[in-house]
Design a binder for this molecule. Structure first.
Ligand SMILES: [Zn+2]
Length: 54
């Protein structure tokens, strides 16, 4: 699972992954161009972080 989110919603995304998978997620700054153009899952801001479980 992978959630793209803005700074504002990073904590929310982390909570959701912890709830669902009961493991701490990996939080990375977006670097790739295609990901940088992705909007936050929870608002219309551009995504800054990628929160994923392994
Ligand atoms: Zn957001």
């Amino acid at each position: 699972m992978k959630i793209i989110c803005c700074k504002e919603h990073a904590e929310l995304a982390i909570d959701i992954i912890v709830d669902e998978f009961e493991t701490p997620p990996v939080v990375e700054l977006l670097t790739e161009n295609d990901e940088l153009s992705t909007a936050c899952e929870y608002c219309k801001e551009p995504g800054i972080y990628k929160v994923s479980n392994i």
